[in-house]
Design a binder for this molecule. Structure first.
Ligand code: ZN
Length: 295
């Protein structure tokens, strides 16, 4: 069990920066968190909970993030290269005063991830990769604006129609993301959220990628913890108001196994070559449920 975090004195300023006395601010919430910790739960540290100012910064960043994906959706078409998607993201992000977070992140060479068909994630935009009718593509946009990160991804079906295997996994991934988001509320765990996603994936006959998942987000692009969508109910981190993370299960049409491209060391593919899809939202745990920051 992790140690209890030091707490301010009752009449000292609250750790959240509200300026209020601790006893009339986060003291009661911390008591509740402590009761879960004593029962053996993993609980978030204060630094993992966003203050009202930080939440507003994330909302502002999210507005840009979603506007960029809206614009991609309006422009995407057969005959276009994935590099052109990168161009759109670069141009719009700069116009709105933001920074595309993926560029140079751990050496990633582009400003957005574009993952087509059997690519699970971390597809690298290229002039050589031309979209064709019936392709399915995940566009994953991560935005830094005035110090705050937002993150979301959507699927696009090129030409609007595709084969049943691809269409099913796109629908499944969206239903899984939506079920995960709908489950988010305080005093349950990340494992409870994952379990709701697992039920939906099963209904669609799809599998969930195990090695890659979601993450905390906001002050950093990727914050603790790693968010698994294959964990068991009642396990993993306790959700507490102010916690922000991504709901982004990667859903495979066939088997869950994946491999990483040996040439670029980034792009992840399904082992069986069948399609994969993903939709991603950034969410905030609130007092009585969740606020969807990106979708
Ligand atoms: Zn407080």
């Amino acid at each position: 069990m992790a140690k209890a975090e030091p707490r301010p004195g009752r009449n000292d300023p609250c750790w959240c920066g509200s300026g209020k006395k601790y006893k009339s601010c986060h003291s009661a919430q911390d008591d509740k968190v402590e009761s879960f910790r004593l029962k053996g739960h993993m609980v978030p540290r204060h630094s993992q909970l966003k203050t009202p100012e930080q939440i507003q910064g994330m909302r502002d960043s999210s507005v840009l993030n979603m506007a960029i994906l809206d614009a991609v959706g309006e422009s995407i078409h057969a005959g276009m290269s994935t590099q052109e998607i990168d161009d759109i993201v670069v141009r719009l992000t700069a116009e709105m005063g933001g920074i595309a977070a993926p560029l140079n992140y751990e050496g990633f060479p582009k400003s957005v991830c574009t993952s087509v068909n059997s690519q699970v994630c971390h597809g690298i935009p290229s002039e050589k990769d031309i979209l064709r009718d019936g392709d399915i593509i995940n566009v994953d946009v991560s935005t830094l604006y005035k110090g705050y990160y937002s993150d979301s991804s959507r699927m696009y079906i090129i030409g609007g129609k595709t084969d049943p295997d691809r269409a099913n996994v796109v629908e499944a991934a969206k239903a899984c993301r939506d079920a995960g988001v709908a489950a988010v509320r305080p005093w349950i765990t990340l494992g409870d959220v994952a379990y709701e996603i697992q039920k939906v994936a099963k209904q669609y006959g799809c599998t969930i990628v195990r090695e890659i998942g979601g993450h905390g987000v906001g002050i950093e692009f990727h914050e603790e913890p790693f968010v698994s969508y294959v964990s068991r109910p009642g396990t993993e981190l306790l959700l507490v108001p102010g916690f922000t993370f991504t709901v982004e299960p990667m859903i495979n049409a066939g088997k869950h196994e994946i491999y990483v491209d040996q040439d670029n060391n980034w792009t992840v593919y399904t082992e069986d070559g069948r399609p994969s899809a993903q939709w991603e939202s950034t969410v905030l745990v609130t007092e009585d449920g969740c606020e969807v920051l990106t979708c």
